[in-house]
Write a protein that binds this ligand. Sequence first.
Ligand code: ZN
Ligand code: ZN
Length: 247
Amino acid sequence: MPVPSAYLWRAKLNQLFSLVLPQTCPLCQSFVKGTGLCPNCWHGLRPITAPHCQACGRPLAYAVLHSVCAPCLIKPFSARPIRSSYCYDDASKGLILPFKHADRLDIAPIMASMMAPHFKALATDADIVIPVPLHRTRFLRRRYNQSAELARWLVIHTKTEIDFAPQLLVRIKATPSMAGLSKDKRENNVRHAFRLAAPARKFLIADKHILLIDDVMTTGATINSCAQTLLAAGAGEVSALVFARVV
Ligand SMILES: [Zn+2]
Ligand SMILES: [Zn+2]
């Protein structure tokens, strides 16, 4: 059963305020009817649509043989498939950065609802949803895990028959910000960065299909490390969904 969250209370308060106060677009602050983005900002985002790599979700200029991109043929990810709803660019950053770094929990339902179509498709085959965890020092500083807030909304609002298990996986290595690091350095940083919260509860994931949720994918090193940890602990399959990826 999903755990109650701070944002649920804020969402309820926002609902009450919206009855008396006009709502604004979180990107440009213009007034909008209801909640969400204004039409201009909506059109500024770049959704990832076909053709894309069937393995990692990377957008492709044209359909390719086997529908898998060259990097995936050389070194496949441990999570498969990986899907991303949007490209990571200035427009999507306008939602992600305040959500992640400025306590804008009111943006969680907007971003999560934009991930919902991909989530519904991936959740059909999955048993358990696990958000990519934060290290406890970062969690204490931020007071919430942005990936868990997205996952919680998706599980509740898409009414999917899937277990939500934000406590199963923990991050044991506090990694510094990885902005600007190469793919190899990122891989080194997150190697062995995760473990099951309670190894004695391995049976909970035995042969299960786990769906990982994260906000952003840059090189895929973090998702790969989570997937490797889960597969080594006995999970049957791991797939992943992110809001935006670097392309
Ligand atoms: Zn706008
Ligand atoms: Zn690929």
